[in-house]
Design a protein around this ligand. Structure first.
Ligand code: URA
Length: 261
């Protein structure tokens, strides 16, 4: 039976340090078999006990989250006989950890894909009712028209009659061929079909942010960076008021100018 001190087991399998774990315990955030734990040095049977931190089960590998900069030509799936998948791009030590993409980008789209082994979290960020925004930059074949703003805000009807949730779209201040769109759902080829409905065409699509967490601009195409547990609330944060803020515009400009779009 693998018996270990609780704080050692948590620190081995999460990013928390021993002192942070003490603090978590002090604030009743650690449960073993549904009982709030008061001491960090208790011994636990790591195979049989259910150890929860903030409601999340900690297991041997733990629940992990990685930010990937997906390049074009790669599919957001765990297995594909014809194309390279996001899993193929992972470093060897992460390939067999049951990670999967939480949401999809098209094969020819690029940008932020979250890879995780946490099904609940994935569901949370994908379900429209949880209101986690995804932000995309698109390069258009024809100039952005001012009436897109109202049309998108009313809910675009796609060519097959499906109606999208209301969404916000703005033209990037630097060019009439670039737009930024906020979505709370993920229908098949949604953005491409939305712009097709208003008579335009998406030439290039790049996701730069999920919730309030932006793609790290030091990441190179195809590489990954671990997203720490303490950063997860950023992903879930309500970003309604951020869209029109100056900082958001600065961020968009920085992505458009630093990343080859
Ligand atoms: N909408 C699209 O059309 N494609 C993507 O990859 C993401 C959103």
């Amino acid at each position: 039976m693998p018996i270990l001190r609780l704080d050692r087991f948590i620190s081995n399998n999460t990013e928390y340090s021993r002192s942070q774990i003490k603090d978590l315990i002090k604030h009743n955030r650690v449960l073993v078999d549904n009982v709030v734990v008061k001491k960090s040095d208790i011994k636990v049977d790591t195979e049989r006990s259910n150890i929860l931190v903030d409601g999340k089960t900690i297991s041997e590998f733990g629940l992990r989250y990685y930010m990937m900069y997906k390049p074009s030509g790669v599919v957001c799936s765990t297995d594909d006989s014809k194309s390279t998948t996001v899993i193929d791009l992972l470093p060897e030590n992460l390939k067999d950890k049951n990670l999967f993409p939480a949401g999809r980008l098209d094969k020819d789209s690029e940008g932020f894909v979250l890879l995780t082994n946490d099904g609940d979290f994935s569901h949370k960020i994908l379900s429209a009712k949880n209101h986690v925004a995804k932000y995309y930059i698109v390069r258009l074949a024809r100039p952005f028209q001012a009436d897109y703003i109202e049309k998108f805000s009313k809910g675009i009807e796609l060519s097959n009659g499906e109606v999208c949730l209301p969404s916000r779209v703005i033209q990037w201040e630097g060019s009439q061929y670039y737009a930024v769109i906020e979505l709370y759902e993920g229908k098949y080829h949604q953005i491409k079909r939305m712009f097709a409905s208003v008579g335009n065409h998406v030439e290039y699509l790049f996701r730069f942010q999920i919730g309030n967490l932006a793609l790290n601009q030091n990441l190179t195409k195809g590489s990954v960076l671990e997203v720490l547990h303490k950063e997860l609330p950023e992903i879930l944060k309500n970003t309604d008021t951020k869209f029109f803020e100056k900082d958001f515009q600065t961020k968009i400009s920085s992505f458009i100018t630093n990343i080859e779009l």
